[in-house]
Each structure stands twice: as C-alpha cells, then as structure tokens.
Design a protein around this ligand. Structure first.
Ligand code: AMP
Length: 537
C-alpha cells in the first residue's frame, strides 16, 4: 500500500504562493530601484557560513547564537560507529588519517583530541591484552579497562568530524566577511552594498515571526585611513548615517507603508568615559530596585544590563522610566555626533522620535541606533533595525573599518501592506490613502487563446508566441476545448480577452476577440492583433 504520509512545511517556515509572490517581487524590486539611486550595489551571499563567524560577529552570549541558530557538522566522510567499542581502533585510524589530509578540521582542538584518543586507546588495548592473558582476571584490571575505554570514546566523541556551519541568522557578518575576503578596502570608499534573502532563527513562531524569514538589508563600509582626525570625521559619519536612514524612509514611502515611525538613539561608544561608565551607573541603579524586577531583568543586571531597557513587562515600566539615561552620559564626541545626526535628519525632512531605551547589547555597536515600526503588525511591529558598528570588521580580522547598516523584515513589510489593503477594502476611515499603491495581487491573464481543430492549433501556438513576445500574459490550453468550456476557464482565470480560433477564423484570417468584462466581441485581423491590444493597454 502506498505510504499516505502527508508532508507539511516545517513549523516556522511557509510557502509563498502566487498571487502573493507578486507583492514580494514588487517589494524587492522597489528596494533595488531605491537603493540603486543611493549608489548601492547588490551582494549575494552564501546561506551558510562557519558557525564561528556568527559567534564572533553576533556574539556567543546572544539568544540568536546561543539558542536560535541552525547549526550542524558538515562531514566530508563517514566514520566507524563509536557506539561499537570493537570499532574504536578503526575509528582512531580513520580520524588520524582524515586529520592529515584535512578532511576533518585541522584545528588545535582536534589535534589535542586525537592525541588523547590515541593515548587512551593504547592503554585500553594493553589492559585488554593483560586481561585476556590472566587466568583469573582481577577487579582492578577490569576497572582500568573500563576507565580507558570510557576515556577513549569520550575524547573520540569530542573530536569535530566536520566543519561547524550554521544557516545564517542575519547577513551583516557575511557582508563584513566578504568585504575582507575580497579586499574591498582597496575600492573607492565607502563601499555600499545591499542584500535580499532568507535568514534562519529558531524562534517561537507567531504572526510576524518565523523561523525562515526574509530580510532586505544594506551596509556602508569605509576603511579608516591612518592619521584621520576622528573628531573631525564625526560630521561626515553623521551625514552617512542620516543618508542611510533617509534611504529606508524613502523606500517605505515608495511602497506606501502606513504608520511608519522612526525611533533613534545614540548608545555612545564602549569607552569608560562613555558607555562603559553609563552601564556601571545603570547597574548600580538596577541593584537598588532589584527586588521589584522580574526574573529576566534580575539576571540581566549581571549579564547585560542594557537589555533591561528592552523589557516589555508592564510592572517594570515605571521603574525603567526612572533609570539613568545614556543621553546624559555620552562623551563629548558621541554627543556631537548625535546632535549632528539629528540636524542631518532634519535637513533631509526625515521625522524621528528620540527613544533613549533603544539599545544594542554588543560592544562594537556605537553611536547611531534606530528602529522603524509600522502599522498593522500587533506586538511584532518592528520592520527595520539598524545601527553603526565601527569595530566589527576589525573583530572579524580586517583592518579598522567604519560600518553602518540596517535590516528590514520583509515578511512584516508585506504583512503591513496587506493589512492596510484589507482596511481600505473594509472602509476603515483611519486608513484613507492606505494600500492604494499595493500591487493588485492578481497574477492574471491578458489573453486566453481558445482553439478548436488541427489547423487552429498551429495558429493558436503562433498567436500565443507573438503575444507573449509583445509582453502579454497568455494562457494556451494544451488540448482543444469546446468554446463554452474555454470561455468558462478564461473567466475563472480573470482573463481580459478570449481569442477565439476555429476553422473559420483560420481560413479567413479574421480572428474573434471577446472582451470578457462586458461580453462584447469583434473581429481583428490576425496580423494586427498585437497592435490592436497594445492600443487597449
Ligand atoms: P534584527 O536582525 O534582529 O535586527 O532584525 C531586523 C528586522 O528583521 C526586525 O525588525 C524584523 O522586522 C525582522 N525579523 C527579525 N527576526 C524575525 C523573525 N523571526 N521573523 C520575521 N521577521 C524577523
């Protein structure tokens, strides 16, 4: 009997189907157009990278890296099963060989592990031989034997038999890796790149939150030339930040996204006279109110006090409002940069809201942080997050480089556009003007070619080819159909016209064209059909 298992998309992943995919394409195409006008070029990146890249760039302590990454060992060859003690020697020989040839990672870790397996295995073999030679095996020998077999297989299990790789949870790390790998510091600076594609995080799925989701992001990277006066370049950095933010806002406006609100903040830089000093003060203040905080926040006082400010817990809001604010503790340079950022945004007519609680937990983030929210998304209403990260390229092994970028949650942008369109359809007065620019959402069909008879078949195929070449969307049934059935099908597909080709039409060269909206029909000469329809477009 056939296996009746029904396969379903894995939790947190989904299929995007037509006609919705038209909207996805439009959202992506608009990004390409708008970002292009700001001088950005597209970068296409691998979907997986070494786990270590993300551990370093995103931070080993973050939820993303510690809990949410899809990581696995990428083995190049099979090794004997370690559950079978009898295969330990075979395993050891195979691993020693694979280490030499580079088929398993040639890391200090693996070198150490393989040496330990070898030592433990030799002792294991010796005790086994001794045991076999004893007429009456002693308990001590048995214990020794058990000990060595345990250690050998323990170290063997810890040997990394393939590269540790992860599906990318975000793309900034990859862009920086690529910038270093391709020596992009030697190109005209800054280098402006954008990307579009899926990201993967094992989060709890809900509306607007998926395990495979899509981001549209951009980064501006600029090698720091020696002897530049850091204080002097503050104004330039702020202008770059403002232009990046302006670009996202122009993009969202072009899409017709509704209820867009931009929050900005400066988180200073990691020096003691700036953010580090502030974090100490924050910690001290948090210690004083510790008893009133929830478990998560209590823990974060030690692990990452800035993240307490992210808390959405109702009972903590009044307490957080009274905590020291980073804006009052910025060093002179960071304060100057922030003032200039705001002036630059105003020059560009970009409306913003200052939000002192907008923070990022990682050391290399500095100065500008921003977040954009949109309407119609419930609790997951952030559609874009971004910030400056001048230390990141260096952290990944490159030369000192400035960086600023953002990532837009494409799934949420789409949801928001769809919600706005629904609201317009239902006449919600808050939504006047909303969603009008949203794609019609119909993949549609311009011309349905209804044909009957052998001679009509060849004409139909040619007509479909010519119409498609001219850019019309054409449905050509693979077998002839009675005209009644064909017209019903054309209707179902929402076709604008049905082209009717029977023996008479082919013989006379006068084709029948039916306009489905009003049911009228007339004759058009075959050779003139494309021109005729173009005139109607
Ligand atoms: P992040 O990379 O965490 O700064 O996120 C940037 C943006 O990506 C967010 O503002 C969201 O719009 C979107 N995003 C992040 N995680 C998810 C997810 N699991 N599902 C859908 N969108 C997400």
């Amino acid at each position: 009997m056939a296996n009746k298992t029904k396969f379903q998309a894995i939790k947190g992943t989904r299929d995007l189907l037509p006609p919705e995919t038209e909207l996805w394409n439009r959202v992506e195409q608009t990004a390409r157009e708008v970002f292009g006008t700001f001088g950005f070029g597209e970068i296409r990146l691998p979907i997986f990278e070494p786990t270590e890249l993300f551990a370093r760039a995103v931070g080993g302590e973050t939820d993303i890296v510690s809990k949410e990454m899809y990581s696995f060992e990428d083995r190049q060859r099979q090794f004997p099963d370690l559950d079978d003690l009898g295969k330990l020697e075979e395993f050891l020989l195979a691993v020693e060989d694979a280490y030499k040839t580079g088929e398993i990672p040639q890391t200090p870790w693996n070198k150490g592990m393989i040496e330990r397996v070898r030592l433990a295995f030799n002792s294991f073999r010796d005790t086994r031989d001794e045991l076999n030679a004893m007429s009456e095996p002693s308990m001590e020998k048995f214990q020794e034997y058990a000990h060595y077999s345990f250690s050998a297989s323990h170290w063997a299990h810890l040997t990394k038999l393939g590269d540790e790789i992860s599906l990318r949870p975000e793309a900034t790390a990859s862009v920086c890796r690529a910038y270093i790998e391709h020596g992009m510091h030697a190109l005209a600076q800054p280098v402006k790149l954008y990307y579009v594609g899926p990201m993967f995080r094992r989060e709890r799925p809900q509306k607007g939150r998926y395990r495979q989701f899509y981001q549209i992001g951009a980064e501006v990277l600029e090698a720091i030339t020696p002897n530049t006066d850091a204080t002097k370049s503050l104004g330039k950095d702020a202008a770059v930040d403002a232009e990046v933010i302006e670009m996202v806002m122009v993009y969202f406006a072009r899409l017709g996204l509704e209820g867009v609100v931009l929050d900005i903040n400066s988180i200073g830089h990691s020096a003691p006279e700036c953010r580090r000093g502030y974090v100490e003060k924050l910690k001290a203040a948090l210690e004083k109110v510790k008893d009133k905080l929830g478990e998560d926040s209590k823990r974060r006082i030690e692990t990452n006090p800035l993240r307490v400010l992210d808390s959405k817990l109702e009972s903590e809001q009044a307490i957080i409002e009274k905590l020291p604010r980073i804006g009052d503790h910025l060093c002179a340079d960071c304060a100057k940069h922030y003032a200039e950022l705001k002036r630059q945004l105003e020059l560009r007519g970009v409306a913003y809201r200052e939000n002192w609680r907008l923070v990022r937990g990682l050391d290399y983030y500095m100065r500008t942080t921003f977040e954009i929210t949109a309407r119609g998304l419930g609790s997951q209403n952030a559609v874009c997050g971004g910030g400056r990260y001048d230390g990141l390229v260096e952290l990944l092994g490159g030369a000192p480089t400035k960086g600023i970028g953002f990532a837009i949650g494409e799934d949420r942008v789409i949801l928001s556009l769809q919600e706005a369109k629904k609201a317009v359809a239902s006449g919600d007065p808050d939504q006047v003007g909303a969603g009008r620019r949203v794609a019609s959402g119909k993949s549609g069909c311009d011309v349905y070619v209804a044909w009957m008879g052998k001679t009509a078949e060849a004409t139909a195929i040619r007509a479909a080819r010519d119409l498609r070449q001219a850019g019309f969307r054409v449905e050509l049934p693979p077998v002839e159909q009675k005209f009644g059935k064909a017209l019903g099908q054309a209707d179902k597909l929402g076709a604008r016209y049905a082209l009717i080709l029977g023996e008479d039409e082919v013989a006379s060269g006068e084709w029948t064209l039916k306009t489905l909206a009003d049911g009228t029909q007339g004759k058009v000469r075959g050779a003139e059909l494309v021109a005729y329809l173009r005139g109607k477009k």
